[in-house]
Design a protein around this ligand. Sequence first.
Ligand SMILES: [Zn+2]
Length: 680
Amino acid sequence: MSQNILLNTFETPYTTSPFSKIKDSHFLPAFKQGIKDAKAEIDAIINNSDSPTFENTIEALDFSGEQLDRISSIFFNLNSAETNDTIQKIAQEVSPLLSEFSNDITLNEDLFERVKSVYKSKNELDLTTEQQTLLDKKYKSFSRNGANLPEDKKETLREIDKKLSQLKLKFGENILAETNKFEMLITDESDLSGLPDGAKEAAKQLAESKQKEGWLFTLDYPSYIPFVTYADKRELRKELSLAAGSKGFKNDALDNQKIVLDIVKLRHERANLLGYKTHAHFVLEERMAETPEKVQSFLNELLEKAKPAAEREFKNLNEFAGELDGLDQLQKWDGAYYAEKLKQKLFSLDDELLKPYFKLENVIDGAFIVANKLFDLNFKEIHDIDKYHEDVLTYKVTDSKGNLVSIFYADFFPRAGKRNGAWMTSFKPQYIKDGYNSRPHVSIVCNFTKPTKSKPSLLTFNEVTTLFHEFGHALHGMLANTTYPSLSGTSVYWDFVELPSQVMENWCYEKEALELFATHYETGKLIPMDLVEKIKESATFHEGMQTLRQLSFGLLDMSWHGVASPKTISSVKEHESEAFKNTTLYPEVEENCMSTAFAHIFQGGYSSGYYSYKWAEVLDADAFEYFKEEGIFSKEVANKFKDHVLSQGGTENPMTLYKRFRGQEPKPEALLKRAGLIKK
Ligand SMILES: [Zn+2]
């Protein structure tokens, strides 16, 4: 027994985390010991005197480091949901240790030799499909990092990686500096006309915090978005919009044009070095979409369908702006403003109107009932396990026979120490070892409105769909039924991971589902169905233009990363205009450039991946269409979804899994219908 509880077997109900006994001071020593032990496990695999087999190498590798993973899960989940200065400091100290440890594995030549030897004999081994997938995945985690290259090329690869990480850093620093540099100070109150009180108040406070008189607006989203959406003064909207659109594009010290070209060329070179035609080919090898050609035709097919609707919507919006304010040409800085006005005119939907029908407790029950009707799951609140905060709710999830399926944590309210947004995570993965199916501990974390003394927590409709979304991810984790932990639950290709979450949102729009839980918290009356219809309609407002915008970003991404000779590109702006030529609605703005501030693909991890937003929508609409054909609570369809998708994790190619569920490849028609882009 160690003095450090994190290093012991948890003697708790369902071996859940003993939060009440874990002290912040336990983490750092536990991490250090955990890394040491994990290293010893890796060494034992390398030093095994038996020749490499699937079991003694691949399987052993996947089950290694279990203790370290458990410590990491607890620690990083706390750092997101219940952090403090100490935890943040430990995170700073521990992150480089962890990345060094994972580099030690992927760069370990002796370990790679053993993995490669098993990989080479894979056709002679009698492996299950899941084992083949695991072998492939392990092998690629080395080969995609250059393990097969001769020494001099390995050196080149390291050089490229180093340059790329510096360039990405610099790209982000420039954007941040551009964002922080810009300020628009308003001193004449009449210039605030149209803005909601909250936005005015925030601007006043911001000015005060910088010892300025008046109202201060910046390029930060919470300041920028309300201004371009509501401010009546067109010239001021233009000023702000031009500033936002020209980040990294002013030929000054913060310019990103050369950085964009350098990143694109280096990524291409890196891909070539590893034997891929382009960076997009390299990335998409581990995606459901598989090839750039497939992504390109996917985007183009949607474009063809969305464009007429987008042009129609744009024309209407232009006319609306003309009638309202005598505009003859809608400019970029007018779009959000007139769209909001038109939306109010068409729907006059108010959050306050809907909220009484969505008391948090009712919505949670609703999600549980839906999961019960579809997948026979039962949720029972339990009070005998530790929580990391008193607000956290804990449940035991069982199947129809009473077998344990999962432990489920739900953490709904904002507080200091919790980051923004909503997410699903887990404290323990599912896996099967020595014939025992070890069940997962899954959690969802949100930031919903807290109850007050006089009012319970009442959710906006957006929060309702958020809850169902995260609950969908949670079901993917809970229903996992695979052998290997690295293939379990949500460990799937990332253009597939949003299917289970997004598909769950669909139930929120269905009468049959809303009847189960959307009742007024005071009167008990069911939500009026004309309100539901309005919600549905407003959800697809300007869907053509929205779709065109998303597609334009996806096409721009592919134009940078899927071309065979990026060396010939000399002008960022020219290249971009060419990529946008089929998706432009607004008049061209000379001063603006999207690429020089496209952080998703040049700083974050979305290069050759921007298409996946639309891809996931196509999947969820197509999957839900199947439910609608057979009834939204069809047991038959639900069972197929559970057996072929939710329980399978990443054990097979997602397209294979999907086809087994649906009987065919996903088609865009259901999405286009739902979005109102083609006739129902
Ligand atoms: Zn999600």
